[in-house]
Design a protein around this ligand. Structure first.
Ligand code: ACO
Length: 309
């Protein structure tokens, strides 16, 4: 069985910036309410899941120097696919010139972590190089006139390229995937409908499952919160992130937060925050990165990775 390491990273955001003031101008809301209750100041809107995923994937290929023909697996996390069928991953595969298998994973905002662990599992039994993308355009699936949800979501994508490691266990130290289908009524989108959410209940549960999953993954990796150089949480609400960090004992100084600029980008959220942190020089070879996601399902998941070669 082969281990994996991350050898490329890319991100993509639409150009159009939508500020809180733009919502306040037409809905019964204020910049202050959105900023205080969510931490979001602005978000990006535009593009499609495949176009943003292709852009992020191309950036990750350029960052890694790897030829797309040498990628033998593409896993795309999304809950806003271009079409119900075929998988949006197939559109991205063709656009990037990737030769291997391609499929979508839907675990809502937890999708990127689910996709990364899925890819690592397939690589353990033979795939050599994988591209893992999280891409969503949930702004197209929220009711623009519903102040409860419209202000929360933005569009975006992030991608990583994984390579197998032959001479050692690899850099994926531990993982946790979880779901509780009995809570699927808390957050859903029906065919042809808009996103519906019991925000308060999602909030309450999110903090608990975030902490449980992070602690399980750290325990399985033989690590403590002090060993984590960078926590990359799903970017849903700064108050969820703050409460989870408090309970975990990981300071905000060691946490990647970019939701003030991009809002909740669903499956794009974790790789986008990771890409920002790397661009800011916050990760060094050998550092432990802990990624934690939660979302509709409800699903939640975490993965601990060693950064670098
Ligand atoms: N502007 C002004 N008032 C608002 C707005 C708004 N944009 N949105 C809601 N309100 C109102 C509500 O209508 C409510 O009014 P009421 O008391 O008269 O009914 C009041 O604010 C308080 O509502 P709460 O739900 O108590 O507000 P809360 O502090 O919980 O914040 C929020 C709401 C931001 C949605 C929060 O609950 C949250 O972030 N929840 C988690 C959401 C989440 O993580 N979702 C994504 C999961 S990821 C995925 O899989 C897609």
């Amino acid at each position: 069985m082969s281990g994996i390491r991350v050898v490329g990273l890319g991100a993509a955001l639409p150009e159009k910036i939508v500020t809180n003031a733009a919502f306040a101008a037409r809905l019964d809301t204020t910049d202050a309410w959105i900023a205080e209750r969510t931490g979001i100041l602005e978000r990006r809107m535009g593009g499609t899941t495949s176009s943003l995923a292709t852009q992020a994937g191309a950036a990750a290929l350029a960052n890694s120097g790897i030829d797309p023909a040498d990628i033998d697996l593409l896993v795309l996390a999304t809950s806003s696919p271009d079409q119900l069928m075929p998988a949006t991953a197939c559109t991205v595969q063709q656009a990037l010139g990737i030769s291997g298998g391609a499929f979508d994973v839907n675990a809502a905002c937890t999708g990127f972590v689910y996709a990364m662990v899925s890819a690592a599992g397939i690589m353990a039994i033979g795939a050599r190089r994988a591209m893992v993308i999280g891409s969503d355009v949930l702004s197209t699936m929220t009711d623009p006139n519903d102040r409860n949800t419209a202000v929360l979501f933005g569009d975006g994508a992030g991608a990583v390229i994984l390579e197998t490691v032959d001479d050692g266990p690899g850099n994926l130290l531990a993982w946790d995937l979880a779901a509780d289908g009995s809570t699927r009524h808390l957050l859903y989108i029906d065919h042809g409908g808009y996103l519906q959410m019991d925000g308060k209940e999602v909030f309450r549960r999110a903090v608990r499952v975030f902490v449980d999953s992070a602690q399980k993954t750290l325990r399985d990796a033989g690590l403590t919160p002090d060993d984590v150089a960078l926590l990359v949480p799903h970017q849903a609400n700064s108050r969820i992130i703050g409460a989870a960090c408090d309970r975990l004992g990981i300071s905000l100084e060691r946490t990647a937060v970019n939701l003030d600029r991009v809002g909740n980008t669903s499956a794009g959220s974790i790789p986008l925050a990771l890409a920002d942190a790397v661009a800011e020089g916050r990760l060094h070879d050998g550092d432990v990165v802990l990624m934690v996601g939660f979302g509709a399902g409800m699903t939640w998941a975490s993965v601990a990775l060693k950064w670098g070669p």
